[in-house]
Design a protein around this ligand. Structure first.
Ligand SMILES: Nc1ncnc2c1ncn2[C@@H]1O[C@H](COP(=O)(O)OP(=O)(O)O)[C@@H](O)[C@H]1O
Ligand code: SF4
Ligand SMILES: [Mg+2]
Length: 325
């Protein structure tokens, strides 16, 4: 995905591959993801569960499971080519990660204030008193009511939405330039989900931050993201501005995702794509989407479709010019 006319690129990854070891086999969970995140931009990685979104996000912050490995052809940060090691050094400081499940990110036996202060202690030079002050400020930033008096509360004393705000406060503590948010509203109801997205959007602008937003639903990124990469079974099937993907989706999978995209204020409209995403050991030959595709021909099974560059969009479908719903 190019950013020729957009903001200066902050992070660029070329041809990211993530694989997991299963016995002597290496199975690809992400197979060639290229990503450009512009300064101040939100780029969404979208796909159903099992697409490889978390694997890609975790690779960027070096948080893969012990049996996972990743490589990329090139990594550029603020225009400079950097090594994997240099990327790792940015983790937790310039690049922070907010995981899907707040219960995995919060320690149940420590107060939320203590947890935020520990991040500040580790990543900043602030004094004890300044850390206390900053922790309150961060809780206010993520709109926790009565922040000062809630500093000594434990995670279980907060609702799911409020817990996710604490996780966000911890992710913001080192003043990152890039926040990676992995399905930050999983398990929350639609009203709370909308509030969290609005908050993320406001903070991104206030703090001049970029965001990589991982989501399984195109609907939820409609108003929050600038660009999107659609991932299916580890492969990029389409990229483009969110506006373009909504207006003219070019890949059958994106079309399917749009049909089941839910409106944040209306949970009802869901029209799932028939079939299911293949597991790591079951990926078909040729176009990985062909078992679920209504436009499939014999050619689709013969070779992996290349990502074709179109005007501001790219699509990996050999029949993209002849698709009508
Ligand atoms: N540690 C692991 N070992 C083996 N397979 C894994 C591991 N983690 C994830 N996978 C597999 O990799 C694929 C992509 O998973 P994931 O990145 O979690 O996708 P998503 O976040 O889009 O749901 C899935 O098939 C999943 O089962
Ligand atoms: S290449 Fe063929 S199977 Fe794949 S999405 Fe396009 S039409 Fe469907
Ligand atoms: Mg995931």
């Amino acid at each position: 995905m190019g950013a020729t006319n957009g903001p200066d690129p902050l992070l660029q990854i070329e041809n990211l591959r993530v694989h997991y070891g299963a016995g002597r086999q290496q199975l690809n969970a992400v197979d060639g993801l290229s990503l450009t995140v512009g300064a101040g931009q939100t780029v969404a990685i979208v796909g159903e569960s099992g697409s490889g979104k978390s694997s890609a996000a975790m690779a960027l912050v070096n948080g893969l499971a012990a049996n996972g490995e990743w490589e990329a052809d090139r990594i550029l940060f603020q225009g400079e080519e950097i090594s994997r090691h240099e990327l790792l050094r940015l983790r937790g400081r310039a690049i922070t990660y907010m995981m899907q499940d707040p219960s995995g990110a919060l320690n149940p036996v420590l107060t939320v204030g203590e947890q935020i202060k520990r991040v500040l202690k580790y990543h900043t030079q602030l004094s004890k008193a300044e850390r206390e002050e900053q922790a309150i400020e961060l809780m206010e930033r993520v709109e926790i009511p009565d922040a000062a008096s809630r500093l000594d509360a434990f995670p279980h004393e907060f609702s799911g939405g409020m817990q996710q705000r604490i996780v966000l406060a911890m992710a913001l503590a080192p003043s990152p330039v890039l926040l990676i948010a992995d399905e930050p509203t999983t398990g929350l109801d639609v009203t709370v989900e909308a509030q969290i997205f609005a908050l993320l959007d406001r903070l991104k602008r206030e703090l001049s931050m970029s965001v990589v937003l991982v989501a399984h639903d195109l609907g939820v990124v409609a108003t929050s993201a600038d660009e999107a990469v659609v991932l299916y079974a580890g492969r990029v099937v389409e990229t483009g501005s969110v506006a373009a993907l909504f207006q003219q989706p070019r890949h059958p999978y994106t079309m399917g995702l749009l049909r089941c995209a839910h409106d944040l204020h209306d949970e009802n409209v869901l029209n799932p794509i028939p079939g299911r995403i293949p597991g790591l050991g079951e990926r078909p030959q040729g176009c990985v989407f062909h078992p679920r595709c209504a436009w499939k021909t014999a050619e689709c099974e013969a070779a992996v479709p290349e990502l074709i560059q179109l005007d501001g969009q790219s699509v990996a479908c050999i029949h993209h010019e002849n698709l009508t719903e």
